[in-house]
Every structure is written in C-alpha cells, then in structure tokens.
Design a protein around this ligand. Structure first.
Ligand SMILES: Cc1cc2nc3c(=O)[nH]c(=O)nc-3n(C[C@H](O)[C@H](O)[C@H](O)COP(=O)(O)OP(=O)(O)OC[C@H]3O[C@@H](n4cnc5c(N)ncnc54)[C@H](O)[C@@H]3O)c2cc1C
Length: 310
C-alpha cells in the first residue's frame, strides 16, 4: 500500500499533523518509537499552553492529543524509523527490516536532551543521572539533587524537584539565567533551592551503583567544590532527532542539524515536510509544534493534489 502521508514521530507536532491530515481525508501512517507525546510527555506541568487555566501535566495533555488522533482513524506503528529513501516520487521509510511507502513524508521526530559531557555522566546514567525530572524525580524523594542548566527547562524542573527533594542545587555556567524572569522569581522564593552560578560540572562520582557527589568547578577562579547529591538532572539544550537521515538523502539542515523548510514547511525535497522541534526555527514549544502540525497540512494537500494530477 502507498499511503498519502507517513509521519515520523508522535510528539505534539506529529500528532497534530496526524489529526489535520486525516481530517483532510488522507491515508495516514504514524511511526513512534517511544511513548506518544515526545518531550511534552516528560514534563510535570505545562502552564503556557493556551486553554488550560491551571497547569496541565505533560502526560495528560499528550494522552488527549493521542486519543483525539486515534479517534480520527490514523494508523500507528510503534517502530523506530531507521532510514528513508526520498530519491523518487514515492517516498520510502524503513523500520525493522520492512519498507513502508507514501507520497509525502512529514518528519516530526523532534529533539532529545543534549548530553553534558561531564566525567561520570555515562557511567551513572540511569543510576542517578537523569534528563527527565517527571520520570525520575520521585526516586529522589527527600534526597539532595543537582540540576544543571540555565534555561526555562532547568528552572522549571528545579522548581518541581524542590517540591520532592530535600535540597536542590541549581548549577549554571554563567552568572545569569536565560530562563523566564517569572520562573527565576519563584526559584528565589524557595528555601531548599540554592544556586551555584559560574560553575560547571567537573565530575559526577559515586560508588559502584549510584551517584553520591558532584564536583563543581568555578569557571572564573578555577576553584573546585564538592556537592553531595544522589541525583543529577541535566537540562543543557537539545539536539534534533535525525539519526535516520544520511547525507545521501540530501535534505538541507542548518549548522546544528535542524531541518530547513520553506513557508509551507517543505524541505528542499518536494513531498518531504518537517514539523516541530526537528525544524530550524526560533521557538521550540508545544504551541509552536502544534502550529507546525496544523500548518503543514495545506502544503501536503497541495503537493499531493499536484502529484496525483500528473
Ligand atoms: C523537560 C521539558 C519541559 C518542557 N516544558 C515545556 C513547557 O512547559 N511548555 C512548552 O510549550 N514546551 C515545553 N517543552 C518543549 C516541548 O515539549 C517541545 O517543544 C515539544 O514536545 C516538541 O514537539 P515535537 O512533536 O516537535 O517533538 P518531540 O516532542 O520531541 O516528539 C518527537 C517524537 O518523535 C519520536 N521519534 C524520534 N525519532 C524517531 C524515529 N526515528 N522513529 C520513530 N519515532 C521517532 C520521539 O520518540 C518523540 O516521541 C518541554 C520540553 C522538555 C524536555
């Protein structure tokens, strides 16, 4: 079968694209290799998505997206796309040794947390080092943790962990945070959240099975200090999920690897579209991912009508 559209990724962008393309009467197959909802499903509270006067939990909001998409009759496979072939008019994607075909592709594979690159990070990943406070925060109830980063995600998640943990040490390599002022003000009001500015993580260390301490280094003085901690939560940026792409695919990306699209969210390959965090753009949020998921539909429809006419 040749589908009208194959969507890679069921985060907010992919699921919105699924809803819009399916409502346009197209045959749609979505691939998702993890939990539907993507990054948005990993945060405890989303308070800037319009329509919710009280913060909504990421998993709850995403389960609503998922239910709505499935109600429209989108087909879904829980598989990881390992490669694509976009050299012909019929686009092919590959998963588990199988080939699937569509006239148009929407790449909505999002982004993943960037690694810190500190000594011990790999060794203690899953044994104290985490990139998701919602997923792992509860394991550190009444314990001391370190949060690394200076943007919105780091500040939000530090606040969340502050409610569960005994003490949160928020470490940032600069002398000011990048995150929203309103969240900074809330951090300042919390007695159990202390900030360590101008500090980088030199090493995460512990015993054979778990983290016990984090060694910080002051970027200005070179002094080091030890912070006792059972957990280290890292929020230092993101990288696009494009491992399934090769140079042979010929899709234009920016210097950070994000896909470049035109105003219809089409890449330089006609029929291949990109939506959400995987795309080069200014703001990566649920609202903008949803916007992309909706905005990609007219371009897809227009492209398919031209292909089918010719
Ligand atoms: C901790 C945290 C807190 C956040 N808080 C907020 C907030 O408060 N407000 C807000 O607006 N935004 C927030 N964001 C950002 C928001 O979650 C993202 O901007 C949004 O989820 C992007 O949606 P997306 O669909 O483009 O990508 P993603 O959410 O990254 O989803 C992409 C999906 O594609 C799947 N995928 C990737 N590669 C493949 C493959 N090869 N095959 C199959 N499937 C694949 C992934 O498993 C994933 O489910 C937060 C993000 C994080 C990490």
């Amino acid at each position: 079968m040749i589908y009208d559209v194959i969507i890679i990724g069921a985060g907010p962008a992919g699921m919105t694209a699924g809803i819009y393309t399916r409502r346009s009467g197209l045959s749609v197959l979505v691939f998702e290799n993890g939990t539907p909802g993507g990054q948005a499903a990993t945060t405890h509270a989303i308070e800037n998505y319009p329509g919710f006067t009280e913060p909504v939990s990421g998993p709850e909001l995403m389960s609503r997206f998922f239910e709505q998409m499935m109600n429209f009759g989108v087909e879904m496979k829980g598989k990881r796309i390992e490669g694509i072939d976009v050299s012909g008019e019929v686009k092919k994607v590959f998963a588990d040794g199988e080939e699937y075909q569509a006239h148009a592709l929407i790449l909505a594979s999002g982004a993943s947390p960037r690694l810190l690159g500190a000594k011990g990070e790999g060794k203690y990943r899953g044994r104290g080092v985490s990139y998701c406070a919602t997923c792992d925060g509860f394991f550190f109830k009444d314990k001391e943790v370190v949060v690394v980063g200076g943007g919105d995600s780091a500040l939000q998640e530090a606040l969340f962990l502050g409610k569960i943990c005994k003490k949160v040490t928020l470490v940032h390599r600069r002398d000011t945070f990048r995150g929203a002022k309103v969240i900074q003000d809330r951090i300042n009001l919390k007695d159990n959240i202390v900030t360590e500015m101008d500090q980088v993580v030199e090493e995460i260390s512990g015993d054979e099975s778990k983290v016990t301490e984090v060694i910080l280094k002051n970027v200005k003085t070179g002094e080091t200090k030890i912070v006792p901690a059972s957990g280290v939560f890292i929020f230092v940026g993101y990288i696009p999920n494009t491992e399934y792409l090769t140079d042979e695919n010929g899709l234009e990306r920016n210097s950070q690897g994000y896909l470049i699209t035109d105003e219809h969210l089409m890449t330089n390959n006609p029929g291949v579209f990109a939506a959400g965090d995987v795309r080069a753009k200014n703001l990566r949020q649920v609202a903008t991912a949803v916007g992309d998921g909706a905005a990609v539909n007219p371009g897809v429809e227009h492209y398919l009508s031209e292909v089918k006419e010719s």
